[in-house]
Design a protein around this ligand. Structure first.
Ligand code: PLP
Length: 428
């Protein structure tokens, strides 16, 4: 067989030439299985179930009570400030860890609202949403073998976040328990929580108010978690994106405000929910200086920075008076009561959530084989979408009888959804 530099004229006939050409082609571009090129990490989690439910709702023209997108628009003065910032020329990168005026406004809000004294130059990193904030924080602290404690049901990003950052998740269940006033609350078993801590624990993730349960952690619960963090010398990472959405005059308590937690808390939050601007991607991370330096490095190489003109407008948002949040919470409270009442009448078992805009229900009484079967039936037969409870659990069986709805929806659409839900019993 001729060597690789052969010309066509070296071959005895066309067949020999074709065989040679094919062999060269094979050598130059060997067949690869693209699948085998994927990272192990990318195969350890799947697409978001919630976004999948949104697609299903679109296909069947169902009312989508699955994805937590706010029904409202950002306040007009904040939108005007964004347009003005673009016109004024704030169209290039800001300082990677955040425009000074925005960091000042965040530090002011953290110091007064969250009771965490915050220095804009030492403690604040502005990120592309709290989603990036959580990941940058984990990337800044995780080493191989580190464990992260996560309460379940959880916000679905925390599992993939731990995998991407290389941490090992350790799950603690939040379960229904009867309180002394006979109301049902979700809380953890103190022994299970203590057993989750070990010498390998790097941090515990807290989400208050919680998605998907609407649970607001009490002072006693946060104190117990804080004591364990001190005993095991680990950090608390707290996602407080729903901090302004708490009902019945309950207070929002940041674990970072507890005296012994000042130096061991990373607080993640953002403007997405409180100002109905999930598409603006404005979030932030508050941490002690040494941690902030590491978080800023991760953030810089992940995204460089959050949108500069929108950070300018974020200053206007953060300076809105408390009456703005009161009015928004009043709207959500109306929706919360309407949906809980109608879900109960329709045959779901559920409690009024204490915060955020989700209701976790129990669907046992409908007799479906599992939550996914129920989700598909509800979209196709009733025309309403929600989220199968198992997608919020690592131990899927814990969520198989559960189903989440969200209630950030325009009044008329929510009313229509309630009417549709009333047909469930007749259609089963
Ligand atoms: N954290 C929780 C608990 C959420 O429910 C959500 C969105 O649904 C986010 C974070 C994402 O927030 P952001 O838009 O700031 O990335």
């Amino acid at each position: 067989m001729p060597h690789r530099g052969a010309k066509l004229s070296n071959f005895a006939n066309n067949n020999e030439a074709a065989t040679f050409a094919a062999s060269v082609h094979l050598k130059r571009t060997p067949k690869i299985t693209v699948q085998s090129k994927l990272s192990d990490k990318s195969t350890r989690f799947s697409e978001s179930v919630i976004r999948g439910m949104t697609q299903l709702c679109l296909r069947h023209n169902a009312i989508n009570l699955s994805q937590g997108t706010p029904a409202y628009q950002p306040p007009p003065e904040v939108k005007a400030a964004a347009i003005e910032a673009i016109q004024e020329g704030y169209n290039q990168y800001s300082i990677t860890w955040g425009a000074p005026a925005f960091r000042d406004a965040i530090a002011q809000k953290m110091t007064t609202f969250n009771d965490i004294p915050t220095d804009p130059d030492r403690n604040v990193t502005v990120t592309c949403g709290s989603t990036e904030g959580m990941l940058s924080a984990l990337l800044a602290i995780i080493n191989p073998g580190d464990e992260i404690i996560i309460f379940e049901p959880f916000y679905e990003n925390y599992g993939p976040d731990t995998i991407i950052s290389g941490a090992e998740p350790v799950y603690v269940a939040l379960q229904e328990t009867s309180a002394s006033d006979s109301t049902i609350r979700f809380t953890y078993d103190p022994t299970e929580l203590r057993n989750a801590f070990s010498a390998n624990t790097k941090a515990i993730i807290i989400n208050t108010p919680n998605n998907p349960l609407g649970k607001v952690f009490t002072h006693d619960e946060l104190q117990e978690i804080a004591d364990l963090c001190c005993e095991y010398d680990c950090l608390a990472i707290t996602d407080e994106i729903y901090e302004h959405m708490i009902y019945d005059e309950k207070p929002h308590i940041s674990i970072g405000s507890l005296p012994q937690m000042r130096d061991r808390t990373i607080t993640v939050s953002g403007l997405s929910k409180a100002y109905s601007m999930t598409g603006w991607r404005l979030g932030y991370v508050i941490a002690p200086e040494a941690l902030t330096n590491a978080i800023r490095k991760m953030h810089d190489f992940l995204t460089v920075g959050a949108p500069h003109p929108l950070q300018r407008a974020g200053v206007v948002a953060l300076n809105l008076p408390p009456s703005y949040h009161k009015a928004l919470v009043a709207k959500y409270d109306k929706n919360r009561k309407l949906l809980v009442n109608n879900l109960t009448k329709a045959g779901f078992r559920c409690q009024q959530p204490e915060g955020a805009y989700y209701i976790m229900t129990d669907i046992t009484d409908f007799g479906f084989p599992d939550d996914t079967a129920f989700a598909h039936w509800l979209v196709k037969e009733i025309g309403v979408g929600g989220v199968p409870g198992s997608s919020f659990y690592s131990r899927l069986h814990l969520g198989r009888t559960k189903f989440r709805f969200m209630f950030s929806m325009a009044d008329d659409i929510l009313a229509e959804a309630c009417e549709r839900l009333m047909q469930i019993k007749a259609k089963i």
